[in-house]
Write a protein that binds this ligand. Structure first.
Ligand SMILES: [Zn+2]
Ligand SMILES: [Zn+2]
Length: 149
């Protein structure tokens, strides 16, 4: 579990003021690998700090991303999810339920492998992103088909 002291030293390094409110929001992300969306973070944060508004949570998440304290994963249709782990790593996304899973056993492709993009002088980063159907959704679908038959 990330302590207030941990959070204070992260903030000091990134030039951000460590407030109690920010700590509570950070703790939610640092304590999960479920890549929650802003609404989910808000729901959990509000349970601890009832005065918190969605706006504040949303803005704080944006500040964390800007400062490189957390990262964001963009799934389809502009939906954004947040990741307590700021270092780039491959993700697998379920296209049925939007589940995001870390693939730490895989490596991101090297940007040097993609140096020949037409009209580009440099390529700085490349991410491996897998899309598919998670086991739970696949099982549910099999079940539905069995019922329909
Ligand atoms: Zn799924
Ligand atoms: Zn992740």
């Amino acid at each position: 579990m990330v302590t207030l002291k941990d959070f204070q030293s992260i903030c000091l390094e990134k030039g951000l003021r460590a407030t109690q409110q920010r700590y509570e929001i950070y703790k939610i992300l640092a304590g999960t690998t479920s890549h929650p969306g802003a609404e989910e973070v808000f729901k959990q944060a509000k349970a601890i700090q009832p005065m918190l508004s969605f706006d504040t949570v949303y803005r704080t998440l944006g500040v964390f991303v800007d400062k490189g304290i957390i990262s964001q994963v963009e799934i389809l249709a502009g939906k954004v999810r947040f990741d307590g782990n700021p270092s780039p790593h491959p993700h697998a996304i379920c296209t049925v339920c939007d589940k995001v899973v870390d693939c730490h056993h895989m490596t991101n492709p090297h940007p040097k492998d993609y140096s020949d993009v037409p009209g580009f002088a440099t390529v700085r980063s490349a991410h491996l992103e897998l899309r598919g159907v998670c086991q739970e959704c696949a099982a549910r679908n099999t079940h539905r088909q069995a019922v329909a038959q």
